[in-house]
Design a protein around this ligand. Structure first.
Ligand code: HJL
Ligand code: ZN
Length: 174
């Protein structure tokens, strides 16, 4: 079922509140030892409407939070993800608890490449934490996004909570 665009109570520009909302989505993700549990929110910057929400493994398959958001928007508009630039507002914002992946152990297409493929609609990516070095090292998303003219902003203050949720399905090291 297509998810509708919805208004929300978060004030435009309240990045911490949007990040907390993304974190609440992340906590819905089923724990898995080989990934992070991440939440993401796509917002129309001009209207403050939430265009999509997503969390890791929400959609069928080995899906990432950001990927789920993009898939939902595609589905709602009946266009392939390769044509998201046609349906996204000019000023689109992405909030994600963990920075978009630039490499995946599964070999699936990394989210940063999905974002870059959209073109110049996504203007800013807000991240709650940088990707820890556990599965892949040297995440290059910040550099890649900035090279493409997309602002990359770390929203500080929720790191502990975000990492706790992200790694809840991992084996505890002693
Ligand atoms: C982000 C997610 C998610 C990760 N990162 N930004 N959103 N799961 O929804 C990054 C981590 C990969 C592993 C395993 N996690 O998930 O590097 O199996 O989960 O493709 O590299 O790759 P797969
Ligand atoms: Zn990803």
């Amino acid at each position: 079922m297509a998810e509708e665009i919805f208004k929300n109570d978060i004030v435009a520009g309240d990045h911490i509140s949007y990040m907390k909302f993304a974190l609440s989505l992340a906590s819905k993700s089923p724990p898995k030892p080989t990934n992070y549990r991440v939440g993401a929110v796509v917002v129309n910057a001009a209207t403050n409407e939430i265009l999509a929400t997503g969390y890791t493994l929400e959609l069928p398959g080995n899906t990432h939070a950001e990927e789920c958001c993009l898939e939902k928007i595609s589905e709602r508009h009946g266009v392939p993800t390769s044509r998201l630039d046609e349906v996204l507002p000019e000023e689109t914002i992405l909030y994600t608890t963990v920075e978009p992946c630039s490499q995946r152990l599964s070999g699936n297409l990394p989210c940063v490449d999905r974002l870059l493929a959209i073109g110049n609609r996504i203007k800013t990516v807000y991240v709650g934490v940088y990707e820890p070095e556990k599965f892949v090292s040297g995440n290059s998303s910040k550099q890649k996004l900035e090279n493409a003219g997309i602002e990359f902003i770390h929203v500080a203050g929720l790191e502990k909570e975000i990492l706790e949720v992200a790694t809840a399905g991992h084996e505890k090291s002693t």
